[in-house]
Design a protein around this ligand. Structure first.
Ligand code: 6PG
Length: 228
């Protein structure tokens, strides 16, 4: 029986970065297409992590996208200097922005969650939020048993920490509410290291990633993540 995540669709793919790049190309074309009720721009929030880095490197080299119509944001950030090796904005600059031209990128300022929330609040709904899955079931910087899981209604970006200490640095993260406002949330899950977390979610465990809602939720998973 095909496993079905709590909410959304699971798509088993041979190569997660390639599948992600193809999906983003298709979604960007829809957003930029004529007749679209939108403004012709494609708005995407990006993730951190090694899987995301591989996805953006592939996106930069394989996707046929008019980047001049693309607005890029971050779903979460580590509260470190912009050029710190741990900074997600550095990951985005290295893996994607250094290879493309024309996209507008709005990084998160580590000391200003309210400022970023205000930026998001002035945008139309994001077309796509890209999310990873941590081995502990976190996504963005929404960690198990962390305060951000209970962010107050209306909060779009909050500070957060991992109470377990497994994930370093103070963080800023989009809340479930902010993610839920997006048209599409896409998880990219690759490798045997994610098998336990993905399996727990498919079995109904209420991990943070399982709580993500959006217009559509799509899980791009490879066989190692799904079958171990
Ligand atoms: C972060 C990410 C985080 C990441 C997962 C998966 O800032 O660290 O937003 O949610 O996506 O931890 O990371 P890997 O792909 O490296 O396993």
């Amino acid at each position: 029986m095909k496993p079905i995540p709590p909410h959304g669709e699971l798509r088993l793919v041979d190569d997660v970065p390639s599948a992600f790049a193809e999906l983003v190309s298709a979604e960007a074309a829809l957003a930029q297409g004529a007749g679209n009720e939108g403004d012709g721009r494609f708005r995407m929030a990006l993730s951190g992590g090694d899987t995301a880095r591989a996805c953006y490197e592939r996106l930069a080299t394989s996707a046929a996208i008019d980047w001049s119509c693309v607005d890029l944001f971050l779903g979460d950030e580590r509260c470190v200097p912009p050029d710190d090796p741990a900074a997600n904005q550095r990951l985005v600059r290295e893996s994607l922005l250094s290879e493309i031209e024309g996209a507008r990128f709005t990084p998160m300022a580590a000391d200003d969650p309210d400022g970023y929330a205000a930026i998001l609040a002035t945008q139309p709904p994001l077309d796509l939020v890209h999310l990873g899955l941590g081995p502990d079931g976190h996504t963005a910087s929404l960690f198990p048993d962390s305060k951000a899981l209970g962010a107050p209604p209306g909060a779009l970006v909050v500070r957060n920490d991992d109470p377990s200490g497994r994930n370093p640095h103070p963080r800023l993260t989009m809340t479930f509410e902010a993610i839920a406002a997006a048209r599409l949330a896409v998880f990219t899950v690759a490798g045997a290291g994610k098998h336990a977390a993905l399996g727990a979610i498919l079995a109904g465990e209420h991990l943070p990633a399982a709580r993500v809602r959006a217009g559509r939720v799509l899980w791009l998973c490879d066989r190692l993540a799904l079958e171990g």
